[in-house]
Structures are given as structure tokens and as C-alpha cells.
Design a protein around this ligand. Structure first.
Ligand SMILES: C[S@@+](CC[C@H](N)C(=O)[O-])C[C@H]1O[C@@H](n2cnc3c(N)ncnc32)[C@H](O)[C@@H]1O
Length: 220
């Protein structure tokens, strides 16, 4: 199934109607034009292909900060079972996840705080263009963000409570406001000390800290 076939199954007028019903909040960055299905399906097909989700057996997937729901919508088309987790601050996302029939649990990821119990474990936990590690904005558009200790708590919580024994955690990060990588040398060293495989702007971690996971994995 390619992007064109996937797009043919989406009623783009319905997404544009949702955007009219839930307009941008003042100051919202227009770069996140989530009604642009052609763009976001392209981005998410690539994400799915990077993990071979278009060719592996059905997985249970949890998407943290699932946003508009494009990734989980695609995962379902590829035969996987998905659950989203997000705040309910963006009414447009409420509309699009309903439109895509993407199930999500409402909650907020907080530093040094376990996630609520979701009643099951997953083969894959994802977070794309992660924002939940940003605590507050400081000067120059920079963010005060989680420390390695906060990340350690979060990764341990995901590994012990949300991942099946051969599971993987995928975190994808935006560049910093100055265009540099999220992975400063300190953060790169920290994620690698946790067993992460880092590729470009993504970190992939296995359930077992001693195991280096693969992006392209055919089995569960
Ligand atoms: C930049 S958007 C990315 C959306 C989607 N993952 C994507 O890549 O298109 C960040 C998402 O994280 C969610 N988010 C931000 N802070 C969060 C937190 N503390 N807990 C849970 N979700 C959060 C936002 O509501 C939003 O859906």
C-alpha cells in the first residue's frame, strides 16, 4: 500500500472542515498544518517503513503524544493494533482522532511520575516529535527540559511496565531552535548508556537494557 492509495481512503474535505470548526489557537505555529493529509501521510509512511511496520507481523503499539493520529491510523492499515496517549488540549486532535477512529487515553506525561496503568503491554512504544520533555520555555526560545535523571525514570517506567520482553521504545526528536540536534554530547552519551541505538534524530531502546535493538526487525 503506498501513500497515494492511503490518501484515497481519507476524506480530506472532512479534515479541512474539522480545521474550520477548530481553528488555530492564536500564536499556534502554522508549520503544524495537520489538516494537510498528503504531507502527514508521507511523513508517517516513512516512519512506519523505517521500522518495517509495513512488512512485520501484527504488533501492539502505544504512541505517546499521538497528536492528530496519522501514525496510528497508518499502523492499523498495516495490520497493527494501536493506542494513543495524549493531553486533550488541542480540540482539532480530538476531532481528527475521532475521524481516524484512533483510540487514545487522555493524560499527561510528567517528570519522575509513572504513567497511568494502561492495562496491557506493547511490542512497540513510540513518541514522534517528542514534546513532553519540555518543562517550560526560557529565553531565546530555548526550553528548560528533562534532565538525564528524568529520562532515566521515564525509560525505566516504559521498560518495566509497558514493554513486552522483546519490545522496543522509539523516540523521535525535533531539532533544537538553533537547528542543532536534540542529542547534545551529554544526551547522546546518556541515551547510549541506556542501550539506545541512535540514528539521525531517533533513539531506539529495547526492553532489555543490555540489548541493542534494530530498526528493521521482522519478528515481534
Ligand atoms: C509536536 S506534537 C507531535 C504529534 C505527533 N506525534 C506527530 O509527530 O505528528 C506533540 C504532541 O505531544 C503531546 N504532548 C505534549 N506534551 C505532552 C505531555 N506532557 N504528555 C502527553 N502528551 C504531550 C501534544 O499534545 C502533541 O500531540
Amino acid at each position: 500500500m503506498n501513500s497515494r492509495q492511503i490518501l484515497a481512503g481519507i476524506d480530506r474535505t472532512e479534515l479541512e472542515n474539522l480545521r474550520e470548526r477548530y481553528p488555530y489557537r492564536p500564536n499556534a505555529r502554522k508549520i503544524n498544518a495537520y489538516e494537510d493529509a498528503a504531507y502527514w501521510i508521507g511523513v508517517n509512511v516513512k516512519r512506519a517503513q523505517d521500522l518495517w511496520l509495513d512488512r512485520c507481523p501484527p504488533l501492539d503499539i502505544l504512541d505517546l503524544g499521538c497528536g492528530a493520529g496519522y501514525f496510528l491510523y497508518l499502523c492499523r492499515l498495516f495490520g497493527h493494533e494501536g493506542l494513543g496517549f495524549d493531553t486533550d488540549e488541542e480540540p482539532f486532535f480530538r476531532g481528527t482522532t475521532e475521524y481516524f477512529n484512533v483510540r487514545r487515553v487522555i493524560g499527561r506525561i510528567e517528570p519522575q511520575t509513572p504513567l497511568p496503568d494502561l492495562g496491557k503491554k506493547f511490542d512497540l512504544v513510540t513518541g514522534h516529535r517528542v514534546c513532553f520533555h519540555r518543562v517550560t520555555r526560557v529565553k531565546n526560545g530555548e526550553w528548560l527540559e528533562w534532565t538525564p535523571a528524568d529520562w532515566k525514570f521515564f525509560i525505566n517506567d516504559i521498560r518495566t511496565r509497558f514493554l513486552k520482553p522483546d519490545g522496543r521504545l522509539l523516540l523521535e526528536f525535533n531539532p533544537r531552535p538553533d537547528g542543532s540536534s536534540f542529542f547534545t554530547s551529554e544526551l547522546r552519551g546518556f541515551f547510549e548508556s541506556q542501550g539506545a541505538r541512535i540514528f539521525r534524530w531517533k533513539a531506539l531502546l529495547a526492553t532489555n537494557p543490555g540489548q541493542r535493538p534494530r530498526f528493521k526487525q521482522i519478528g515481534k
